[in-house]
Unconditional design. Structure first.
Length: 257
């Protein structure tokens, strides 16, 4: 997969119904077809819908550069795992990403470090780019956030080393205290943490693209400059016109570099 200069991602979580999901995706697909930055590959856009909508969403974006992925993936291969979806099935469907380790999954579904590490390894084995969600639960200093991110990253990559797996991860740094908040984390805090994230220790063969999530909205991609490789957008992007405004901002930032 070629690497865009900036990434923009949207997880629809469980906000939309089935038809609402398709209506939104049709509007975003139209945006992707007409926007030069997306067509050129300079801005990479990815969408993570709910599982039942994946086939229809993949068809909707089939003639566009938009990547489609899942909001979760099972930590083991096919078998007796009721209600789960395997990495191999996601690959077979045509997905190219899998979201792993979101704070909501850790908190409400008790996902632990071992499960997350297994999901990362399985995703890489099946050519799914992990959208690895990592972030601190409480507001503190940038140094504390960076140290926690290193710990969580080491845990998440624990299985890749022994299996000789490599690839690029979308490192979705999301301070949990900023998710769903009225505003993102302060710009100075984001910039300081992201500078530290670029210095994290990585196993051989693993590279990171750092995207910020947590109430990301208009103006942020330009204010942060080259400190981030993109944004992981939430409810702001539920309006396709608002998403287009962020794509425009990303395009303008690229042009200014």
């Amino acid at each position: 997969m070629s690497q865009p200069q900036l990434w923009l991602g949207v997880s629809l979580k469980m906000y939309f119904g089935y038809q609402q999901t398709l209506n939104w995706c049709e509007a975003v697909a139209a945006l992707a077809r007409r926007h030069p930055a997306i067509q050129s590959g300079k801005v990479g856009l990815f969408v993570l819908p709910a599982f039942p909508a994946l086939p229809a969403v993949l068809a909707c974006f089939a003639d566009t550069p938009v990547r489609v992925g899942a909001q979760n993936v099972c930590h083991t291969g096919p078998g007796a795992w009721t209600g789960e979806v395997s990495a191999s099935m996601l690959q077979e469907l045509g997905c190219t990403l899998a979201e792993i380790g979101h704070a909501e999954r850790r908190r409400h579904f008790a996902e632990d470090a071992a499960q997350i590490a297994a999901k990362v390894a399985l995703s890489l084995r099946h050519r799914l780019t992990p959208v690895l969600c990592i972030g601190e639960a409480h507001s503190g200093t940038p140094a504390q956030a960076i140290a926690l991110c290193q710990q969580q990253l080491d845990e998440a990559l624990a299985e890749t080393v022994g299996q000789g797996l490599g690839g690029t991860l979308l490192f979705a740094w999301e301070p949990q205290w900023a998710i769903g908040a009225p505003a993102p984390a302060p710009d100075s805090y984001i910039r300081a943490v992201c500078a530290g994230l670029r210095q994290l220790r990585l196993p051989a063969g693993i590279t990171l693209r750092i995207i910020y999530g947590g109430s990301a909205g208009p103006g942020l991609i330009q204010r942060l400059g080259s400190d981030v490789d993109g944004l992981f957008l939430g409810r702001f992007a539920h309006d396709p016109r608002a998403l287009e405004s962020i794509v425009d901002e990303a395009s303008q930032r690229i042009a200014a570099e």
